[in-house]
Design a protein around this ligand. Structure first.
Ligand code: EPZ
Length: 429
């Protein structure tokens, strides 16, 4: 089991580079199912979830080459999908495997996908994915823990999402592009990852209007062709590094990012007194303030404050003067980092979906346990400023969504080492 050893107290200085967005790469890789031609993707991050998606696509008969050659290209060819089944042993390690459901039905007329089950942060149902496919004419049965969806050809429809769902929007967008007729989707997710997927699908020949807004209109086509597409930078990794610069009182340039995707995060960090300057189309400079001021957050769908940044922000709030109220409105159990932060000396009280953080607290190094991807990032941030040497266990959670994080942080002055071998066998999500 991998561990990270972090000695706190070093302000971070220099330039840290952001990788491609895991949550764009996953739907874009699944989109390759929609065509017999090869799809080539640039800027795919080398993280565990991408390896999981590679295994999933390969298990269905796809040929996948991850991050090869000088141009670091990922090529996926789904010419033959000999076994359109997303098996439980893969799906249990990554619930985003549900993203193959829509494209499989659209391309082959059939899909068998293991029900993802819950994960550390919540129940994570996919009822809205199922409901959307049924309104498009798919027949869906559930047995032995698997979903089976069938449709000769999906039909265009008018669907309104009961709740805003990112992968639900992506899954059904991929179903709609090959459906017969027009599909109008309302109450869609507006995350940049949806727009990134739509850009790829359009390059493949799909006819899509409104991606990135809450209303998306699709004219179905009979087939799609291959394309080459560059994945967006990871806005959550970028936000995590901005907080790393702030919490350590450093002076850090976060490069290869897209500042336009960081509006809510940048505004909130400025509210706490952090100096942040957008210094170019793909770079943001962060300088940790002497004194951090408490500021409340309430997680919302994009463009609101992202739930994927809640744990990281809470680490910063432990160092801010005053009381910060953190409301988690998206997932029902996304405070797994709280008890570990409290063990490091933070003063946090949880009451249902809200956490009250009192600061500034003197954080002291401790042996802590990672529980989910963003909770792990929160513990890294706390350890960077804690007094002494922290040991973070089960960092395979972190490796799901952060590429070589210890190398990147060491490159800007952090004292951080990995013990154990990368990509040791993971347990379920
Ligand atoms: C995506 O998950 C992201 N994952 C998550 O990032 C992110 O936290 C989440 O969106 C919210 O922004 C990927 O893109 C691969 P949702 P997703 O469907 O699509 C409920 C990370 O850390 N819901 O937008 O699964 C659901 O329970 C990960 O990188 C239903 O009720 O999230 C939740 O309460 C974690 N029925 C809310 O909607 C459904 O059919 C939003 O979930 C689908 C969702």
């Amino acid at each position: 089991m991998d561990m990270l050893v972090i000695r706190g107290g070093n302000p971070l200085h220099g330039t840290i580079r952001v990788s491609g967005a895991k949550n764009s790469a996953l739907p874009c890789m699944a989109a390759a199912i929609l065509t017999e031609d090869a799809v080539t993707l640039e800027n795919i991050p080398q993280v565990r979830d991408i390896e999981t998606e590679r295994k999933l696509l390969a298990s269905m008969g796809a040929e996948v080459e991850l991050c090869k050659g000088e141009e670091d290209l990922t090529t996926i060819s789904c010419r033959t999908l000999s076994d359109p089944v997303a098996k439980y042993e893969i799906v249990k390690t990554m619930r985003a495997s549900a993203l193959v459901l829509g494209p499989l039905v659209a391309r082959t007329g059939m899909a068998r996908v293991a029900m993802p089950g819950g994960c550390a942060i919540g129940g994570r149902p996919i009822d809205l994915h199922i409901k959307g496919l049924e309104t498009m004419g798919a027949t869906i049965t559930q047995e032995h823990g698997y979903l089976e969806a069938r449709a000769d050809r999906l039909r265009g429809t008018h669907l309104v999402f009961d709740k805003i769902t990112v992968t639900g929007t992506e899954d059904l967008l991929m179903a709609a592009v090959l459906a017969e007729g027009e599909t109008l989707m309302e109450n869609c997710a507006r995350e940049p990852e949806v727009s990134d997927l739509a850009a790829l699908l359009t390059a493949m020949g799909a006819q899509i209007e409104g991606a990135g807004t809450s209303t998306i209109r699709v004219q179905g086509v009979t087939s799609l062709h291959g394309a080459r597409h560059r994945i967006n930078p990871d806005r959550i990794e970028a936000g995590t590094f901005l907080i790393a610069g702030a919490i350590t009182g450093g002076d850090l340039v976060v490069a290869d990012c897209n500042p336009n995707h960081l509006g809510a995060v940048i505004a909130k960090l400025r509210e706490t007194g952090v100096c942040i300057d957008v210094i170019g189309p793909d770079a943001v400079r962060v300088r940790g303030g002497e004194k951090l001021r408490a500021a409340d957050i309430s997680t919302e769908e994009y463009p609101g404050f992202p739930t994927d940044m809640q744990a990281q922000y809470m680490a910063l709030a432990t160092k801010a003067e005053g009381v910060s109220l953190v409301r988690e409105n998206i997932f029902e159990n996304r405070f797994m980092h709280v008890q570990e932060l409290v063990r490091m000396g933070a003063d946090i009280k949880v009451d249902g979906s809200a956490a009250t953080v009192r600061g500034p607290a003197c954080l002291s190094a401790a042996a802590v346990m990672c529980s989910d991807l963003r909770a792990s990032a929160s513990l890294v941030l706390a350890a960077l400023v804690a007094d002494g040497e922290s040991i973070l266990d089960r960092v395979y959670h972190l490796d799901r969504g952060y590429e070589r994080i210890e190398e990147k942080l060491r490159g800007v002055g952090a004292q951080i080492q990995r013990l154990g071998n990368l990509f040791a066998p993971a347990e379920s999500e």
